[in-house]
Design a protein. Sequence first.
Length: 174
Amino acid sequence: MATSYAIVESGGKQHRVEKGTSLVVERLPAEEGAKVSLRAVMYRGNGEVVLESGALEKVKVEAVVAEHVRGPKLRVLKYKPKKGYRRRAGHRQALTRLEVTEVSLLTRKPAAKKPAAKKPAAEKPAASKPAAKPAAKKPAAKAKPAAKKPAGAGKAQTTRKASTARQSSSAKKD
């Protein structure tokens, strides 16, 4: 058993690695022979266990991409009885084999990568161009008047009342 090891995360899964370990992870976009840095979740070495996120930034886990492989074929069958529904499919997962070259705890946190500086040549053409005019605003749309009620809606009720009143008055006379 090695004196130091780390638990690293790759592709949503965690793996225990030591120096010289070979592990298979989900496909990484790196070329074969390229160095890959893995994110440590835990480190143990020289009787020291590191779990805090600030201290885990000092843990260095490097690996070399050995090869890109494909996993075993999985057969998928969908079947619904008495319906004549049968579907067959297969799946092979794309994988990457890594060889771990280094697992160590650094004495200080690695320097952050600086963003690329802007070139002053790119600014000069912008300064020489005349300032662009802001786009003219379109006038607001005119408000439409409120919709009117149909003309005959109110009169129909009054005529009913009047005819009912006439009938009742004629009934009283008899």
